[in-house]
Design a binder for this molecule. Sequence first.
Ligand code: SF4
Length: 386
Amino acid sequence: MKTLVDITKTAPPSDQPATIRVPEIEKGVGCDFDSYLLVPDNTLDDRIAAAKSRLGKNVVILGHHYQRDEVVKFADFRGDSLKLSQQAAATDAKYIVFCGVHFMAESADILSRPSQVTILPDLNAGCSMADMADIGQVETCWEELESVGGLKVIPVTYMNSTAAIKGFTGERGGAVCTSSNAAAVIRFAFEHGERVLFLPDEHLGRNTAFRMGIPLEQMVVWDPFRELGGNSPEQLRNAKMILWKGYCSVHQRFLPEHVDRVRREIPGVKVIVHPECRFEVVQKADSIGSTEQIAKIIRAAEPGSKWVVGTEIHLVNRLSKELPDRTVQSLDPNVCVCTTMFRISPQHLLWTLDNLCEGRVVNQIAVDEKTKQWARVALERMLSLV
Ligand code: SF4
């Protein structure tokens, strides 16, 4: 028999039922998703809005900056994954529907209150970068580093990593970082060790460390498919930064030639790129910044200024629409979409909300308690620094 809980703790609008009864957690598919593929596009908006309204304050919808417009317009909050997770935890909502990718929903679950349930509308919405650092590979890497002896390594992981990697990092004295505070977190790591194992994005690690004054010669890449990551013990002893061989499939597409081309074609252009881009691209750009920083810098720019942006296309297009008095376009003429995030369709969102309305939780993301505890330690270390 199902355990039922009342999710309507706040007074609903008068046209809503007084109580929506929802099973605590029901596994399974709920309403048949396939039937949602037949819902005519022109009715989706109304149905999503109605389901959201029926759930009222019991649900909070989060939309990442890279999420598609048809979905993000229903978000209660828009932003990067850390900010969104913190905002959701500060609400009274029992259900957190994260329109992002898997590691983001895990982060929301880690930071949420015990009474909150986190949902990812499509479980196939993963992240190519997070998937490049498997916990088994990282544990093997750690054992191999220990076998070299005397390296004193502190792990630092980017927010864009699985909960297991965040937990691993917390348990071994390390911390999580975001693209805007990576330098502060790396500095913290060097206060406690002599080397940093930077996971899972080699570009963010290299770009940040270089800007901190660490020369490229003191950085090695760890290839998880090779013994000692493809390095000799001597190379590891000489290294300050051990960069995990991972990257974002979207940001890695931007090339130095793209920067050269826009400089030739658009006089006076400013190039701003995300630090997940390759080192050679970042070196040629005028400025680098996280998603939040990119948006802030372009919003604060002079009317008439021209911006070419190296990040995911949905954020670029949104800024372009929002700021018609300046030019904002993508660095890559071939559209750079986060295809996994794009998997969260309006149909998935409607299916998720309809299930909640009918008393079912589908696609819950629940991080186990031990991982959650250590991942929180790694996140709290970061938050204490910034
Ligand atoms: S843009 Fe890159 S890092 Fe961000 S979610 Fe997509 S694949 Fe992952």
